[in-house]
Design a protein. Structure first.
Length: 165
């Protein structure tokens, strides 16, 4: 299960990277059309910060210090920096997940999240679904900004690292 969760989160982060790369301009990453609360750039910062903290720091003890407010308040961060943060999140997931065992999934997560205590496995499932939720928002934001319906193949099963039939 640990490997599966690691692969799912890594796959989603790679899809987020493709989404950010696919925006035609850096300005489009930060545009906020009517009915949208957060542009793709802020969602990318939020997802990268979330995983670098909760998996990289809490589980992997990498020392990452999160500034959640800046994830939503920053504007016009260059695409190269967004991609670097996504790459840092991928590395943090690999490191953090490498520090836990399969048995650790049943143990309490080392800190409360939003005032809630739960097992490490339950929170990892939450982090994966949180990532997928916001990834979908980035996808729709990009499609609104470009007027294109093309996909970045965000849910590619072949990226999960499992055995093919």
């Amino acid at each position: 299960m640990k490997e599966w969760i690691t692969n799912v989160i890594t796959r989603e982060l790679k899809a987020l990277r493709r989404e950010i790369e696919t925006y035609p301009s850096e300005a489009d990453l930060w545009e906020i059309p009517a009915g949208i609360s957060n542009p793709g750039g802020n969602l990318a910062l939020h997802l990268a910060g979330n995983l670098q903290y909760f998996i990289g720091n809490v589980l992997g003890k990498n020392g990452y210090v999160r500034n959640r407010d800046a994830e939503f308040a920053s504007r016009d961060v260059p695409r190269t920096e967004l991609l670097r943060e996504i790459d840092n999140a991928i590395a943090a997931v690999q490191t953090g997940m490498g520090e836990i065992s399969e048995a650790d999934l049943a143990k309490p997560y080392p800190e409360k999240v939003g005032g809630v205590s739960e097992s490490t496995g339950a929170f990892l499932a939450h982090f994966a679904t949180h990532l997928a939720y916001h990834l979908g928002q980035v996808d729709y934001h990009r499609r609104i900004m470009t007027g294109e319906g093309k996909t970045v193949k965000a849910m590619a099963l072949t990226e999960l690292g499992g055995k093919s039939a």
